[in-house]
Ligand binder design. Structure first.
Ligand SMILES: C[S@@+](CC[C@H](N)C(=O)[O-])C[C@H]1O[C@@H](n2cnc3c(N)ncnc32)[C@H](O)[C@@H]1O
Length: 206
């Protein structure tokens, strides 16, 4: 992405997150509130989850973010919260094997260029029993709905920074060695949201 594209996307996204519903924020809190110990967040963006962690339970918080414009927005709030910001991608985490207790990804796995590689990295860095905490829009369970997502995918990914509307993220997580221990539909109220069913899920690293 160009620097201008990165800055425009970041500014637009910051506005979107600012206007996010209390319901969405509640699900973010529900999800990241489960994080304990050494915690990594993938694609932390503008830091929407930062105030929602249980800081008494989190020992170290690493925010992975490849976008320079997002990192600029993250830097201040992260420093205030005692979190580290790292320039890296989900597909290549600068962390040793089995050293992470929880890894969160919210609205990120839809657009990582290589979903399976990102999940393999999550599996590598998490300790056995560690948690993968996901809030993502996913492939619809209804086949007709999923076909509409497939038709939308080529155009959508071009206009929405590589975002795929049709990824079956939980199935990919299961294939990567995670047991999905809990998942809930998350109601989203934006225009066109019915095409993008969201879920909050807790998966355990096997
Ligand atoms: C839609 S934003 C979501 C931001 C934040 N997680 C949230 O819930 O508001 C997607 C984020 O993923 C980041 N991202 C894109 N590709 C990535 C990758 N390969 N690895 C990690 N993060 C990535 C983007 O820079 C952006 O900050």
């Amino acid at each position: 992405m160009t620097r201008l594209g990165d800055r425009l996307f970041t500014a637009g996204y910051a506005r979107l997150v600012h206007g996010e519903s209390d319901v969405m924020r509640g699900w973010r809190r529900w999800l990241v509130g489960r994080a304990r110990g050494v915690v990594v967040e993938l694609g932390a963006g503008t830091g929407a989850n930062l105030p929602l962690y249980d800081r008494d339970a989190v020992e170290r918080l690493v925010l992975v973010e490849p976008s320079p414009a997002m990192r600029r927005r993250l830097a201040g709030p992260a420093a205030d919260a005692g979190a580290e910001v790292v320039d890296a991608t989900a597909e290549r985490l600068p962390l040793a094997d089995g050293t992470v207790d929880a890894l969160a990804a919210t609205l990120v796995l839809c657009s990582v260029p290589d979903l399976d590689r990102a999940l393999a990295e999550a599996h590598r860095v998490l300790r056995p029993g560690g948690l993968l905490l996901l809030l993502e829009h996913v492939r619809a369970a209804d086949p007709a709905h999923a076909r509409r997502q497939d038709r939308l995918d080529p155009a959508w990914r071009r206009i929405a920074q590589g975002c795929h509307p049709n990824r079956d993220t939980l199935a990919h997580a299961a294939a990567a060695g995670f047991a999905i221990v809990e998942h809930h539909p998350v109601p989203v109220t934006m225009p066109g949201a019915s095409l993008f069913p969201h879920v909050a899920a807790v998966a355990e690293r096997r």
